[in-house]
Ligand binder design. Structure first.
Ligand code: 2AM
Ligand code: CA
Ligand code: CA
Ligand code: CA
Length: 266
């Protein structure tokens, strides 16, 4: 049976708003925080509860669909075959914990490896960035205009300055050169939101040395609708089965950032 992607987006949107209300309610109480891969890689019981909320909704309503989420509630997937929901329950957990602000819920639906639905919801600002493949990208009820290219020296790039000072980061020098040459950099602390900002023309590009599929899956659906590009630093398509470098931008800028800065063999 062919899926109705507009209907699925409506359902995803309804659940996202419901999940956002649960997140906001959780802010009234103390939140238990743990570390994952390192002391700054945080997770809370709210991240897990929201992932579980989506997982059970999807299992009930669409038992034939698959699930890929950051907190590992579902069995690991080996491919993006069939219909797969790719969810980051809270993107920007550090902001959620420290600021109670600047975090998002990221929900994507892929079909046979193709992004069909993408939603990135900035919970505290009530900004829902959403797209259905072939139907344009929107912020709340407003459709995005096609993005305008700017020359690299007038561009603002989303980039965490930590990447410039970590000695173990092999891309430190190419990234420093890029930071020197662009107009400025910004760091909001939610990769999904920063990718949505590129689609919305608030940023010209976004770069991270290490992201996972739930960080970019929804954002990529938005980008596709406005003609922006996303790839690894080497210009290869993103591999949804493992973490990788990610570079996103308006087409000309993306090409230049890859070919003149981060795309070289290390
Ligand atoms: P998260 O909050 O869902 O973990 C922070 O700059 C951005 O990078 C966030 O979108 C964050 O997602 C993401 N990120 C990916 N891997 C991370 C890691 N190991 N530690 C911290 N943030 C990570
Ligand atoms: Ca995390
Ligand atoms: Ca994330
Ligand atoms: Ca997360």
């Amino acid at each position: 049976m062919a899926e109705d992607w507009l209907e699925l987006e409506k359902k995803a949107r309804e659940w996202t708003y419901e999940a956002a209300n649960l997140v906001k309610e959780s802010l009234a109480n103390p939140i238990h925080i743990e570390s994952k891969s390192n002391p700054n890689d945080l997770v809370t019981e709210v991240d897990r509860a929201i992932e579980s909320f989506f997982f059970h909704k999807i299992q009930n309503e669409y038992p034939e669909h698959f699930f890929l989420g950051e907190e590992g509630i579902a069995d690991e997937l080996e491919s993006l075959g069939g219909t797969v929901w790719i969810i980051d329950p809270i993107d920007g957990t550090m902001n959620f914990v420290h600021q109670k602000y600047n975090f998002s819920i990221s929900v994507a639906i892929y079909h046979e490896s193709q992004g069909m639905v993408g939603l990135v919801y900035d919970v505290m600002n009530d900004e829902l960035f959403h797209a259905v493949r072939g139907h344009g990208a929107y912020l709340n009820n407003e459709e995005f205009l096609p993005v305008k290219e700017r020359p690299l020296h007038e561009s603002i790039i989303g980039l965490n300055a930590k990447w410039l000072v970590q000695e173990k980061n092999a891309y430190r020098n190419p990234l420093r050169a890029l930071v020197r040459d662009v107009r400025s950099i910004r760091s909001y602390g939610s990769a999904a939101l920063e990718i949505a900002y590129v689609a919305a023309d608030r940023l010209d590009g976004y770069i991270s040395v290490n992201l996972s599929p739930w960080d970019y899956a929804a954002g990529l659906v938005l980008l596709e609708e406005v003609g922006c590009k996303a790839s690894t630093f080497r210009g290869e398509p993103l591999d949804f089965m493992k973490p990788s470098t990610v570079i996103v931008g308006k087409p000309q800028l993306h090409k230049e950032m890859v070919s003149s800065y981060v795309g070289e063999e290390l």
